[in-house]
Design a protein around this ligand. Structure first.
Ligand SMILES: Cc1ncc(COP(=O)(O)O)c(C=O)c1O
Length: 509
């Protein structure tokens, strides 16, 4: 009797293995066939002999042989020992060559390569720390009220509903956006998505072909750049002036223009009505779509908020994008787009294709939360809180780091931009702040094309006054120490950002 199983099959008995005897024998016999240790035509011992050699029950061996025979690895015939199946068997050959060759990485799509290369999102490991940006203060959210809305909605939610955009939320949200943001739309134009980012992705997919030109603000929102890049667009950064995207005198003709007109991301600048009209006129002339990202404009502190660009649009080319992740809290995972009327049906179909659907219960809960006035009340409360935190951060930065920073006080939103003089390497500053327990984002990371500024993008919304004070003191300390060590070193060019920079003008902190 050939004892080929010795040395090939190594069974662990009892609690030594987490796998059953059957599973161990199956895996090891199959692997030996695939890697050629048991070659085609080879006869393995009978089930009785196998059981004897391995010291396991014959039933166990028979079950494994039957399974391998069913899968085509073994030929069995009455009264004969099982034989390893012929190599011509295609499935077996494929399995053998896969097992022998060093696996080659699977090619991925252009989209995935873009995702791989993208430096967005700027993720920090661990829980958020002061002064992380674009974060609402979930600690002040009325979770009990929200839980009641969710519970009621979950009880009533349909188990099957062809309407992926629920009428209840479309109606409630539209009323809110008409009153507070001056949008003009019908309910059917509202597409409810799991996030604003998902809405940007869908818009890019629907509107753009590979190579189409898309403009983004520079500096601007990395998520928009990433979504457009991944859609294959040729993304061009357009510099800003005091009024936002500065496109006058340009001769290129974009298919899509992405803007954050209410609080430019990251400068916080407001695009005045005159620039909005110019932008709409230009888009009309060249046939471009405008994507208006109104991500945090619920929160406005000085003067009256300017109504959405979408409300000024007469030609159906503005896509309005918003999110509940800033006005409520990020994990509510709900955003929306208002699309032009003639594309509403196509968008809903595209939405269904990607299954970008917010659960019906969440939609109904949001509708109730808005209809019963809780949403507006929360925004009123948080506007007061965030205004006072903005002022507090301005004062604290002025006190601790006023010599190094030139701040653009934002009229609204959840973060501010503090410019550094051009000789600073803002990524180095951000890295040192991270070591000291503070989260900031480098302005230089927000450019598409030439980097023309250095600075720190700092969130104030999610952090209370004590947290803000501590963070500002750390910022002052880190900048002070970096400045002192620069003075001690002989003059050398700034490291890090290789391209020349020039600081935009802004009021002193
Ligand atoms: C400017 C801007 N737009 C859109 C978003 C995305 O929001 P959401 O969390 O809904 O994807 C963010 C998120 O930080 C943002 O900063």
């Amino acid at each position: 009797m050939d004892d080929i199983l010795t040395g090939l099959i190594d069974i662990e008995y009892g609690s030594a293995s987490s796998e059953t005897l059957t599973r161990q024998l199956y895996n090891q016999l199959r692997a030996s066939i695939l890697n050629g240790a048991l070659p085609p035509g080879h006869r393995i011992p009978s089930s009785r002999e196998c059981a004897r050699q391995l010291g396991i029950a014959r039933n166990t061996v028979s079950a494994v042989i039957d399974q391998l025979a069913m899968e085509g690895y073994l030929d069995v015939a009455q009264g004969r020992r099982p034989t390893v199946a012929a190599a011509e068997d295609k499935l077996l050959l494929a399995g053998r060559s896969i097992a022998r060759k060093k696996p080659r990485p699977l090619p991925v799509s252009h989209w995935a390569e873009c995702v791989r290369k993208s430096d967005w999102p700027f993720l920090n490991s661990g829980p958020p720390r002061p002064l992380a940006t674009v974060l609402a203060d979930g600690r002040l959210f009325p979770h009990d009220i929200w839980a009641r809305c969710l519970r009621r909605a979950a009880r009533r939610a349909p188990t099957s509903d062809p309407a992926i955009n629920r009428a209840s939320l479309r109606a409630a949200l539209l009323r809110h956006l008409i009153e507070h943001r001056g949008v003009r739309a019908e309910e059917r134009q509202i597409i409810l998505m799991p996030s604003a980012q998902a809405a940007l992705e869908l818009i890019a997919r629907v509107l753009l072909d590979a190579g189409d030109l898309a403009w983004v603000e520079s500096p601007g929102y990395g998520g928009a750049r990433a979504a457009l890049d991944a859609a294959g667009a040729a993304v061009r950064g357009i510099p800003l002036d005091r009024n936002g995207i500065a496109f006058s005198g340009r001769h290129d003709r974009p298919r899509l223009i992405f803007v954050t007109p209410s609080h430019q991301h990251p400068t916080g600048r407001l695009m005045p009505v005159s620039r909005r009209q110019q932008l709409l006129g230009f888009a009309n002339e060249v046939g471009a779509a405008i994507v208006e990202d109104d991500y945090d404009s619920e929160f406005h502190y000085d003067g009256r908020p300017v109504a959405a660009l979408q409300g000024l649009d007469e030609s159906g080319r503005v896509f309005y994008v918003g999110t509940f992740s800033k006005s409520m809290f990020s994990e509510v995972r709900s955003g929306y787009a208002i699309v032009p009327p003639d594309l509403a049906d196509l968008f809903e179909k595209a939405q269904r294709h990607g299954s970008h659907i917010v659960p019906a219960a969440v939609q109904d809960a949001l509708a109730e939360f808005i209809d019963d006035g809780h949403f507006a009340a929360h925004i009123r409360k948080m506007t007061r809180v965030y205004r006072s935190r903005r002022d507090h951060l301005l004062q604290a930065l002025h006190a601790h780091a006023g010599d190094h920073l030139t701040i653009e006080p934002p009229a609204g939103g959840m973060q501010l931009l503090a410019h550094l003089a051009p000789h600073w390497d803002d990524r180095d500053v951000v890295a040192r702040l991270a070591q000291a327990g503070i989260t900031a984002r480098a302005l230089s990371q927000h450019f598409t094309g030439p980097i023309t500024g250095a600075g720190l993008f700092l969130g104030f919304a999610a952090w209370n006054e004590t947290e803000i004070d501590k963070a500002a003191a750390v910022i002052g300390d880190v900048l002070g120490r970096m400045q002192a060590s620069r003075r001690r070193r002989p003059a050398a060019p700034a490291s890090g950002n290789r391209r020349p920079r020039q600081s935009p003008a802004g009021p002193k902190a």
